[in-house]
Design a protein around this ligand. Structure first.
Ligand SMILES: [Zn+2]
Length: 249
């Protein structure tokens, strides 16, 4: 049973053949594709898709860079919309210092979403790019418990250890097949902290190819190799991690 804990099925790259992509995921024994909203329009599309396809689960949020283009009132309005929409998780939210120098405003917005996830008692799916230290520190200060670090690419051992110690999770992208940082990370962290993701349509494990949930199989193979487990053992463990983090018990 496979899990894609972070994808963007509402993106235009899937417009033409989403039925086919979902059928292929179903045939590959997927139980969940968590589709992350990146702003108001995207959140509505994600909700629509989650009603149409059983295996698409909605995570709602505002991508940190998109949030910088919105007023405080617009952000608060969207947060109210999210509260009423009963999502599985909050995401995609976080902090990104790669695309902008704006720091303080991003931190303020991120804290709003951490508080929202705590209020709703659902996981928060976190984007951090060149901002890993700040992200971990803010999550700790805010007392976040249900945290999924999406595509966490800081190679710092100390940060990975802190995340593990806090009981949070990492979702490993399919690009692990050619990325040393993720291979190292998987080696370092315990199997019960690991989930799989694609970030589809982005981050394909194959060059020049649109990414899709089915490519998670490549990630499973790689994790099995690194952890010296069978693919079935890896799948089962990830499924049980998924249930532990996402079932609201
Ligand atoms: Zn994403």
């Amino acid at each position: 049973m496979l899990i894609d804990a972070h994808a963007h099925m509402d993106y235009e790259q899937f417009e033409k053949d989403l039925d086919k992509v979902i059928t292929s995921a179903e045939e590959n024994n997927f139980v969940a594709i968590i589709s992350n909203g990146t702003g108001p329009a995207s959140n509505r599309k994600v909700l629509e898709l989650s009603k149409k396809y059983n295996i698409i689960k909605p995570a709602l949020g505002i991508y940190p860079i998109e949030a910088l283009e919105m007023s405080d009132e617009e952000i608060d309005e969207e947060i109210e919309f999210i509260k009423k929409s009963n999502p599985l998780a909050i995401g995609e939210v976080g902090i990104d210092y790669y695309h902008t120098d704006v720091k303080e405003k991003q931190k303020i917005n991120f804290i709003k979403f951490i508080k929202l996830s705590k209020e709703l008692n659902i996981p928060i799916i976190v984007h951090s790019r060149n901002a890993e230290e700040d992200v971990v520190q803010i999550l700790e200060e805010e007392g976040a418990k249900k945290v999924l670090m999406h595509c966490f690419s800081s190679g710092k051992k100390e940060l990975a250890e802190r995340i593990e110690k806090n009981g949070w999770y990492f979702s490993i992208p399919a690009t692990i097949v050619r990325n040393k940082t993720f291979k190292k990370l998987v080696k370092r962290i315990s199997m019960d902290r690991i989930l799989t993701e694609t970030d589809a349509p982005f981050l394909s494990p194959f060059k020049e190819k649109r990414n899709e949930p089915s490519f998670i199989k490549e990630t499973i193979k790689k994790i099995a190799e690194i952890k010296q487990l069978t693919e079935k053992e890896v799948e089962d463990q990830i499924y049980s991690n998924y249930k532990r983090l996402f079932s609201n018990e």
